[in-house]
Ligand binder design. Structure first.
Ligand SMILES: Nc1ncnc2c1ncn2[C@@H]1O[C@H](COP(=O)(O)OP(=O)(O)OP(=O)(O)O)[C@@H](O)[C@H]1O
Ligand SMILES: [Mg+2]
Length: 257
């Protein structure tokens, strides 16, 4: 079913993302999405050089807003899924009209995965299975309902069975359901996607996922800046390192009045 790209088309397909110039006359800085730090400061201009891009940043810095905007421009279902999955609230993402995406070539194969609406996605696949013979509907999801597996098992079934070649994957906190050991399994999924000429753009809070060796790590700052960062410079890594050195002392320090 997957159409192969021309042989010379190598990931990353999405080369650059920036804000459209006409956003200037359109903005009330207090209102979403103009209130998001990188929109307010007009700093968004990312060149994608590698197949795996990892976006990090504190809560509320705009990671999901950005991923949703990209997914929306790709035509992926915002509740999670591909261009073929039509369910849920089919709105356009708030940021989408203000984004400029540069492709070479444009791809529409891929998937938007967000942890928070995965339950609804699993229900949607069950609904399709009720309408068409179950083996076919479930084929891309490991042969059975995603609801019949634990949260983490369902995530991995999706990653390992549904994700094909020459595609763009936009993943928002894929670690959400995964135990630490399964997060390391997920690193193998990333490697597999790279070998299948895919592009992955992913937001995470997991230091384990940030450690993926060939990723470009970008940090969204609370003041609106966007910059490349090394894994060992992230607050996630530094905090976990302090915790691991002396868990009891670290926790006692956090709980001290
Ligand atoms: N639909 C919305 N309406 C109004 N404000 C919103 C909406 N969605 C997000 N925001 C605000 O925009 C900011 C960025 O939110 P976003 O969800 O993109 O952050 P994030 O970096 O993904 O955070 P987290 O790490 O918690 O997932 C937040 O301050 C949030 O409150
Ligand atoms: Mg988020």
């Amino acid at each position: 079913m997957t159409r192969r790209l021309a042989k010379h088309s190598k990931a990353p397909f999405l080369k650059r993302i920036s804000l459209r110039e006409d956003i200037a006359g359109n903005s009330d800085n207090a209102a979403f999405p103009f209130s998001v730090p990188f929109v307010r400061r007009r700093t968004l201009d990312i060149a994608f050089d590698r197949q795996v891009t990892i976006i990090v940043g504190e809560n509320g810095t705009g990671k999901s807003t950005l991923l949703e905007g990209i997914a929306s421009q790709c035509g992926f279902n915002l509740a999670g899924g591909s261009v073929d999955n039509r369910f849920g609230n089919e709105r356009q993402a708030a940021l989408a009209p203000f984004l400029r995406l540069s492709w070479l070539p444009k791809v529409s194969r891929g998937f938007f995965m967000r942890a928070e609406s995965f339950f609804n996605f699993a229900s949607y696949i069950d609904e399709i299975a009720r309408e068409s013979p179950p083996p076919r509907a479930y084929a891309a999801y490991g042969g059975g309902s995603l609801h019949a597996r634990s949260h983490g098992e369902a995530f991995l079934a999706l990653f390992e069975n549904r994700f094909g070649a020459d595609s763009l994957y936009i993943l928002d906190e894929p670690e959400a359901a995964l135990s630490p050991s399964r997060q390391f399994v997920f690193l193998r999924v990333l490697k597999e996607l790279e070998s299948k000429n895919c592009q992955v753009i992913m937001a995470t809070h997991s230091p384990m996922l940030m450690a993926y060796p060939r990723a470009d790590l970008l940090r969204l700052e609370e003041e609106g800046g966007i910059g490349r960062i090394g894994f060992r410079e992230t607050s996630h890594y530094l905090l976990m390192r302090e915790f691991m050195k002396d868990p009891d002392g670290f926790v006692a320090g956090m709980l001290r009045d």
